[in-house]
Design a protein around this ligand. Structure first.
Ligand code: DX5
Ligand code: ZN
Length: 224
């Protein structure tokens, strides 16, 4: 049975009270913490980097799921691993050497993920799928929190899950962007099992928000 995992994105947290927000989300039962690193080149915005990750590492045992929206991520893999990343996801569009970066991540002892922008076809992963622990299907164009889910991504998730099943791969399929109570069922039904949620967790009462999403995810726990 596949595990459904909620990954609250701290991009939407209140940075004045980051520790409290993390503890609320983890206390509700979130097992991952999604950490969005933006470089101002691959995506328009700049978020935060190594010092922030290092400083929150002692706060929780949650899996640190680092999403690098960074051009040429191969320059930083070892550094993020040392800062406390457990899983590192790079964008297929951000490197000329995706296969090499995936193995660089694994050599650091981290789980390896590859992310695809909405317009990037699944076929770019054909020859690395077996090496990946996770594929991140971006369900918005990366760069900002609070955007609307792109409905065409449901079919993309479904196709990837079918492909993983037919290859016998225990692949985690992560979705990121616009995931909230009104969209989460569609992605779970299509085959996603790691759901990132920023504003839907940290906007308002964090604990209650996370508990609501986790309850829906529980309903779908044996969907595949
Ligand atoms: C977008 C980031 C997301 C973002 C999601 O580029 O990768 O992780 O925090 O935010 P919401 O859940 O608010 O769409
Ligand atoms: Zn993200």
């Amino acid at each position: 049975m596949r595990k459904n995992i909620l990954a609250p994105s701290i991009l939407a947290a209140d940075f004045r009270h980051l520790e409290d927000d993390i503890l609320e989300a983890a206390g509700a039962g979130a097992k991952y913490l999604h950490i969005d690193v933006m470089d101002g080149t691959f995506v328009p915005s700049i978020s935060f980097g190594m010092p922030v990750i290092e400083s929150i590492r002692p706060v929780t045992d949650c899996v640190f799921d680092v999403h690098l929206m960074v051009q040429q991520p191969e320059r930083y893999i070892e550094t993020f691993a040392k800062c406390g990343a457990d899983s590192i996801t790079v964008h297929a569009e951000a490197t000329n050497h995706l296969h090499r970066v995936i193995h660089q991540i694994k050599a650091c002892g981290c789980k390896a993920g590859a992310a695809l922008n909405p317009s990037t076809p699944l076929s770019v992963l054909d020859y690395v799928l077996e090496d990946l622990d996770m594929v991140l299907i971006m369900t918005v164009n990366p760069g900002f929190g609070g955007q609307a889910y792109i409905p065409q991504m449901t079919g993309k998730i479904r196709t990837l899950r079918k492909q993983a099943i037919s290859l016998g791969l225990p692949l985690d399929i992560q979705v990121d962007g616009g995931i909230k109570e009104s969209t989460i069922r569609a992605v779970l039904e299509a085959g996603a099992n790691v759901c990132v949620a920023g504003s839907a967790v940290f906007g308002g009462n964090t604990r209650q928000n996370a508990e609501k999403l986790l309850a829906v995810m529980e309903e779908y726990k044996s969907y595949f």
